[in-house]
Design a protein. Structure first.
Length: 262
């Protein structure tokens, strides 16, 4: 049976002819997002920091879906790297329709153990990067509409052990999303965020209390399982699509109900 809704609304979740940049898409959640956007028809620029071979694996999977893939190394915390990345996108694709700011890093320590070097590292990669990324993206979105989605976490609004710097950086990110959303909606660029519950990626291996976090998340999640990269990717695709045209400046939580349990 055909999908009547998509027949009546051509383009409802179709990104054919569009170009997406997903930062930190060599691994984990970013990789799932890049592949999902490619499955919807987009050509994708895959950004990595240290693991080029992993980024090439994502690119191969995207090419297997019939989309074009461009692998670009850049530290998103370095403005010069970000500029070069947009120059490569301009040269290879000549446009950008979707920016997913997903790359993140951060020092996992209690607030009293943090120093300013750790703080700046975390803030620059997780929050500060969105400024040059959004500025570069908007230039390549000139003349047509676009969508920006940032990937946040529940630590933006909750206190999680060893998460002081990362949580504060995600709170800054979510605030910046709202400010950008108001500035950019009038020029046709929608800005939103997604905030995920615990997803078992490489990032979680660095938590000193990993096992306890997983057990506790499973116990508290009404939906009965952890959030998976594809759950996040599906929501990002929706937010980038024409289906979400009136969603502006929001942070959509994807956690199986974890954060609403009292
Ligand atoms: N995992 C979770 O439980 C969870 C929950 C909520 C939200 N999130 C958010 O989801 C996003 C992805 O997390 P993840 O768990 O998939 O992380 P991950 O598995 O550790 O992957 C991180 C990705 O970011 C890239 N990256 C790191 N620093 C970078 C930099 N300075 N410049 C460019 N790229 C950089 C990495 O590239 P290389 O491979 O080259 O190092 C990698 O592709 C993050 O924003 C994270 O905060 C994660």
């Amino acid at each position: 049976m055909s999908n009547r809704f998509c027949e009546i609304n051509p383009g409802c979740m179709d990104l054919t002819g569009k170009v997406a940049l997903v930062t930190g898409s060599s691994r984990g959640i970013g990789r799932a997002i890049a592949i999902r956007l490619a499955q919807a028809g987009a050509d994708v620029a895959i950004n990595y920091f240290r693991h080029r071979s992993k980024a090439e694996e994502t690119a191969a999977e995207i090419q297997a879906q019939g989309s074009k893939a461009l692998v670009v190394g850049a530290n998103v915390a370095e403005e010069a790297d970000v500029s070069k990345m947009f120059a490569a996108i301009q040269e290879n694709f000549g446009r950008l329709d979707v920016l997913v700011s997903n790359a993140a890093s951060g020092i996992l320590k209690s607030a009293l153990e943090l120093n300013m070097r750790y703080w700046r590292w975390t803030m620059d990669i997780n929050a500060g990067c969105l400024l040059p990324l959004a500025q570069g993206a908007v230039k390549l979105m000139a003349g047509h509409s676009g969508s920006i989605v940032a990937v946040s976490s529940l630590g933006a609004v909750r206190a999680i052990p060893n998460y002081a710097a990362v949580g504060a950086s995600k709170a800054a990110l979510e605030s910046l999303i709202r400010h950008l959303a108001v500035e950019l909606a009038p020029i046709g660029v929608r800005v939103n965020a997604v905030s995920a519950g615990l997803v078992e990626t490489d990032a979680v291996k660095h938590f000193p209390n990993r096992e306890q976090m997983i057990t506790e998340s499973l116990r508290r999640t009404p939906a009965g399982r952890l959030t998976e990269p594809d759950d996040v990717a599906n929501t990002v695709l929706y937010l980038c699509s024409d289906m979400a045209k009136m969603i502006v400046g929001q942070t959509v939580v994807i956690d199986g109900g974890y954060s609403i349990v009292g």
